[in-house]
Design a protein around this ligand. Structure first.
Ligand SMILES: Nc1ncnc2c1ncn2[C@@H]1O[C@H](COP(=O)(O)OP(=O)(O)O)[C@@H](O)[C@H]1O
Ligand SMILES: [Mg+2]
Length: 256
C-alpha cells in the first residue's frame, strides 16, 4: 500500500496524482487546465477542492477518477497506476473502486430508492455486503422510504440515495463535483453531514469539488487550485478560514 506522512502521521493513500498536467487544444488556442499538480488523497479523509471558476477543479477530479485522459504525469488509485491500464481495465477499475456523486442525482425514475442504491452492483453482477449495505442505509436515515420512487422523495433525500448508491459497493474512493450544488441549504447540510459521517464512521474516502465555504467546512482538508496549480491547503477548515483564503486569492488575482 502506498503511504505518505502528514504531520508525522503515516496514512494510506487512496488516490495520488503526481506531476499531473492536462492541456486542451494546440498552439494559440492551447489551455493548460492542470499544470504539474501533485496531490494525495489519504484513506478515510474528506477533502474539498476549491478555486475560482476555470481553475481546473473538474479536470483534476475527472483525471484522478479515470474519467478523462491526461497529458503527462501519473495517477494512481490505491496501488493501481491508471496510465498502465487498457480501456477495459480502466472501465472495470472505475466500476469496482470508484464511486461518483453528480450534481444531477442521476437516479432511474422507475426504480425504487433501494433498487437505485444497488443498481451498479446488480449491473456488475456483484452481491452487496449485507451488513455494509444495512449500515449505509441506516446512516442515510431512509429506512422508511426504500420502496419509494425518486419522484416521491425530496431533492435532499434523492441526493442521499445517490450518495448511498456511491457507497454501496464500498469503493476505494468517492468523487463528487458540487454534489450539493442543486440543493437548498438545509438539504445540502443533510447530504454533507451524511458524507462526513461516511468518512468518520465507515472510513470512506471522499473528494468533493465545491465553491461553497460552508460546504468545504464539512471536509477534513481543503485544497485550493488557481490556474491549474495547487496554491494552498487548509486542515480542519472553518467556513471563515476558507472564506479568508478565497479573498486572498481574489486580491492576488486583481493586482497581478
Ligand atoms: N473540453 C475542453 N476543451 C477545452 N478547454 C477546456 C475543456 N474543459 C475545460 N477546459 C478549460 O480548462 C480549464 C479548467 O476547466 P475546469 O476544470 O472545468 O475548471 P473548474 O471546474 O475549476 O471550473 C478552463 O480554462 C476551461 O475553459
Ligand atoms: Mg467545474
Amino acid at each position: 500500500m502506498t503511504t505518505s506522512s502528514i504531520a508525522g502521521r503515516s496514512t494510506a493513500v487512496a488516490a495520488r496524482a503526481t506531476d499531473l498536467s492536462k492541456i486542451y487544444g494546440q498552439g494559440e488556442t492551447q489551455v493548460v487546465a492542470l499544470d504539474r499538480v501533485s496531490v494525495d488523497f489519504a484513506q478515510a479523509e474528506f477533502t474539498a477542492i476549491m478555486g475560482p471558476s476555470g481553475s481546473g477543479k473538474s479536470t483534476l477530479m475527472h483525471c484522478v477518477a479515470g474519467l478523462d485522459t491526461f497529458s503527462s504525469g501519473s495517477v494512481r488509485i490505491g496501488d493501481t497506476e491508471l496510465g498502465s491500464l487498457k480501456d477495459k481495465q480502466l472501465t472495470k477499475l472505475r466500476r469496482d473502486k470508484i464511486g461518483f456523486i453528480f450534481q444531477a442525482f442521476n437516479l432511474l425514475p422507475t426504480l425504487t430508492a433501494l433498487e437505485n442504491i444497488t443498481l451498479p452492483m446488480d449491473i456488475a453482477g456483484r452481491k452487496p455486503d449485507k451488513q455494509w449495505l444495512d449500515s449505509v442505509i441506516e446512516m442515510i436515515g431512509l429506512s422508511g422510504r426504500l420502496g419509494h420512487r425518486p419522484s416521491q422523495l425530496s431533492g435532499g433525500q434523492q441526493q442521499r440515495v445517490a450518495v448511498a448508491r456511491a457507497l454501496a459497493s464500498r469503493p476505494e474512493i468517492i468523487f463528487g463535483d458540487e454534489p450539493t450544488g442543486n440543493l437548498d441549504s438545509r438539504s445540502g447540510a443533510e447530504v454533507l453531514g451524511f458524507l462526513r459521517n461516511s468518512v468518520r464512521e465507515l472510513g470512506q474516502t471522499v473528494v468533493m469539488v465545491t465553491h461553497d465555504p460552508v460546504a468545504a467546512a464539512y471536509a477534513d482538508r481543503v485544497v485550493f487550485l488557481a490556474d491549474g496549480r495547487i496554491v494552498d491547503e487548509v486542515y480542519g477548515p472553518t467556513a471563515d478560514a476558507v472564506l479568508d483564503r478565497m479573498k486572498q486569492f481574489d486580491t492576488k488575482g486583481r493586482t497581478s
